[in-house]
Design a protein around this ligand. Structure first.
Ligand SMILES: Nc1ncnc2c1ncn2[C@@H]1O[C@H](COP(=O)(O)OP(=O)(O)OP(=O)(O)O)[C@@H](O)[C@H]1O
Length: 344
């Protein structure tokens, strides 16, 4: 007999404990399990947002309890939205694993802010006490080291591996930039050399104990993303998109690639979703949000919608990205952590 589900329970907790309830939420027309809000919102709160009457809420709660106990519900069981926004409990099977989660950040197209989202997600995770590393998998166009202002060349670690550089805030960073004489030197390498560099960045670098290793990938579906998907013990992929990107079908290419390589999309982030004035007026500069479609094509929860902020570019150029603070990124990190629950 399952514990009684009540209207004040958080949607995320309900579906995590009783996955059969996802069908009930969807059957009642509530998309909350596929929404970032569901991570914090109560069942009653979700129902209120969707203008449920008290009677409808009562029936929903009754059905949730029925589903949790394997009993019939009043809503016809819709085709189970397998993986659609169900928060994943990704408990590491091996408690001795030094890096608890390896997550790649991917986008189909260049310039949507994938590196920036990777960097700021790392910053917020670190602020929340997580041990974080960033592997800059963009070998030919690295930008992570610059963003964090990490200078100098990596040294040999005590165990004979490569010691990653550390940001001011304590994030471990490894990027091709660190091996170039001049930051502007090009890396003119063919695919196999790029793949080999990525593998070495994972296996030869002494990452130590980490909660999250974020791997920033170059755009597209070429050698580097393929290497990461196939050669690294990847736990999941976060897809970064922007409002106008869905129309170009590049997101679909990413999704298909991840699926073909048997990877798992753990969440999506919509960057450059809106611009907010000091008076809190919002403008959707790149058009209306496609977040709902993103969730439905990827089958993964929306982790956050990031604003456009002109302050970011100058901070990144000055290597001071860690000085940036925004509630949107703190919420993104919180959603990320609750989606990928790990055992320390
Ligand atoms: N939300 C945002 N607000 C303001 N500037 C942003 C935002 N997102 C990204 N940018 C800026 O856009 C530029 C491109 O971002 P970034 O390098 O992160 O994109 P990318 O997708 O990783 O690019 P690439 O395809 O080259 O790897 C950077 O100058 C970055 O600072």
């Amino acid at each position: 007999m399952a514990e009684t589900i009540t209207a004040d329970m958080v949607i995320h907790d309900v579906v995590t404990r009783y996955p059969a309830t996802v069908k009930v939420f969807h059957g009642h027309g509530l998309p909350c399990t596929a929404c970032a809000v569901g991570a914090r919102e109560s069942v009653a709160g979700g129902a209120r947002t969707h203008r449920f009457s008290p009677e409808k809420l009562e029936l929903l709660v009754k059905d949730l309890n029925a589903a949790a106990n394997g009993e019939p519900t009043s809503v016809a069981p819709k085709k189970a939205p397998v993986g659609k926004g169900i928060p994943l409990n990704m408990l590491s099977s091996d408690p001795d694993r030094k890096i608890k989660q390896v997550i790649a950040i991917m986008s189909g197209k260049g310039g949507v802010g994938k590196s920036l989202v990777t960097g700021l997600l790392a910053v917020s995770l670190r602020r929340q006490g997580q041990r974080v590393g960033i592997l800059d998998g963009d070998i030919t166009g690295p930008s992570i080291a610059r963003m964090f202002g990490t200078r100098g060349q990596p040294t040999k670690s005590a165990s004979g591996g490569i010691e990653p550089l550390r940001s001011k805030g304590g994030i471990k960073v490894m990027s091709m930039n660190m091996f170039l004489e001049k930051e502007s030197d090009p890396v003119v390498w063919r695919g196999p050399m790029i793949s080999s560099a990525i593998k070495q960045f994972y296996s030869d670098v002494d990452w130590g104990q980490l909660d999250y290793l974020l791997v920033d990938l170059p755009p597209g579906t070429s050698d580097a993303p393929m290497t990461v998907m196939q050669a690294l013990p990847l736990d999941g992929v976060v897809i970064v998109s922007s409002p106008q990107m869905l129309a170009t079908m590049v997101v679909m290419k990413c999704v298909n690639m991840v699926q073909q390589l048997k990877g798992l999309i753990v969440g999506v982030v919509e960057n450059m979703s809106y611009f907010e004035t000091p008076n809190h007026e919002r403008y959707e500069i790149f058009g209306p949000s496609n977040a709902t479609e993103l969730v439905s094509v990827t089958g993964a929860p929306l982790l956050g919608q990031m604003p456009i902020d002109s302050a970011l570019t100058s901070l990144c150029d000055a290597g001071r990205v860690e000085e940036y603070y925004s509630d949107a990124y703190e919420a993104l990190a919180a959603n990320f952590v609750s989606t990928l629950k790990i055992k320390r």
